[in-house]
Design a protein around this ligand. Sequence first.
Ligand code: PEP
Ligand code: CO
Length: 449
Amino acid sequence: MNIINKPTNWAKDTWRKFPRVQQPDWLDDPALKKAEDALEKLPPLVFAGEVSRLRQELSLVEKNKAFIIQGGDCAETFSQCTAAVLRENLKVLLQMSVVLTFAASKRVVKIGRMAGQYAKPRSNNMETFDGKEIPVYRGDMVNKDTPNLEARKANPERILQTYFYSAATLNLLRGYTKGGFASLDNVHKWNKEFIKNTPQGDKYEKLAFEIDKNLSFMKAVGLVKNGALDQVDIYTSHEALILEYEQALTRRDTLSDKVFDCSAHLLWIGDRTRLSDGAHVEFFRGVNNPVGIKLGPDYDLDDFLKIIEIINPNNETGKIVIIPRFGANKVEKLLPKVVQAVNKEGFNLSFCSDPMHGNTFKAGNYKTRDFETILKEITEVNHVLKANNRHLGGIHIETTGLPVTECLGGLQKINQTTLDSNYATTCDPRLNASQSVELAFLLASKLMR
Ligand code: PEP
Ligand code: CO
C-alpha cells in the first residue's frame, strides 16, 4: 500500500495548516499565544530516553512478551491533584499489574492516564443548565466544570496551569515508584487486604496464595537482588487534543537528534479527532513517541489504514497501539476486518482493548457502564485477536482508586439506586478500586491461565 500524499516536510507547527476539530473557542484570544510562548520556555515533563524505553517495552507487547495496563481518570482535574488521590490512583494500577504479571508470567507495562489528561472531546458544544444555554465543560485545560457562562469560557491560561499540575503529578509518581511505596511486597499486601475486606473477595484467594508462594520462592533462592522489587516504572499518557500544548512541549533530543513530544510518554488520538487529513494526524507523523489510535464503531477502514501509514511510514515497532472501543456487542462484527487488514499489510503494532467508551449508557440521571459488559468486551476482543493470529496486548480503562459508585456491578453489586451514593466524575464513569482489582483477577483467571 502506498497512499501517502503528505508533504515530506514536517515541523512541529505544520499541523496548523490542517483542519482540526473539537477545539476550544479561543483561537483569536491573544492570551493563547502568550501561554504558548511561556510553555515553550519551560523544561520538558518527560525525557526522550524514557519515551524510547517505553517504545522498547511496546515492541515486547507486539511479540506477546508484555501486557499493557493503561488506566486512570476519564478527566483529571486540578482540584483532585492531591497526594491522597494520586496515591490511590497509582495503587490501583499497581495492584492490577501485580495480579496480571503473575497470572500471565509477563511483564506488565504500566501507563497512567495521568499528568496531562486534562482536555476532553465532547459530543455537543452547548448544554442547557437551569434553562440557560452554556458551553460544555472541555476539561480543566480549557474551562471550569461549574455550570455557568463565566466558568465555561475557554481560558488559554489554563494551558499553563495544566503544565504545573502535570509536573506536580509526575513528581509524586516518580517519588512513589522509586522510593519504596510501590514495592512488590506492599502491592501484594494491598491485594490481600482487598480479598479480606471485600464481600466475596475470597474467590480470589487461591490466585493470591500462588502469588505469595512465587514471591517467597523468588526471594528464598535469591532470584531478586536487594531492592529490585521496590521500584517500578510508570509511564504517563493523555489524549493529545490541544495541539498548542503538545507543540510547545515538543523538543529535539540532543542525544538522539530525534523529535519527541515531551508532555507525556505516550499520546493518543481520540476517536473524534482521528481524521487522516486532519491536524492531529499531521502532528504525530513527526514525533517519536508511541501513539495510541482510538477506533470507534464508525470507522472507515481504508482511512484508518492510511492513518497508520502516515504516522508510521517505516513500519517501526513499538510505535502504534490500536485501541478498539466498539462496544461489547459490536466487536465480533467490527474487529475481524480491522485485524485482517492490518495482517495483510504486515503492520507492526499492538492492540489494547478499551472496554469503556463503547459501553456507556444513561441510567436515570447518570451516565454509567456495566462491569459485566466491560469484561465481555475484553473477552471478545481477546477472542477475535486470537482467531486472527494476533493477541491482546493490553487494556485501556477509566479507573480511580477512590470508592466511587459510577459503574454498575462488581463485588459490591452497585445498582441503579446506589449509583447515587458517590457519583463523582466530571466526565465518564470510572471503575472504582474494588471493581478494577476484581477485573484484574477475573482477566487473570479467564484469559491468561
Ligand atoms: C477517552 O478516552 O476519554 C475518550 C474520549 O475516548 P474516545 O476518543 O475513544 O471517545
Ligand atoms: Co472517557
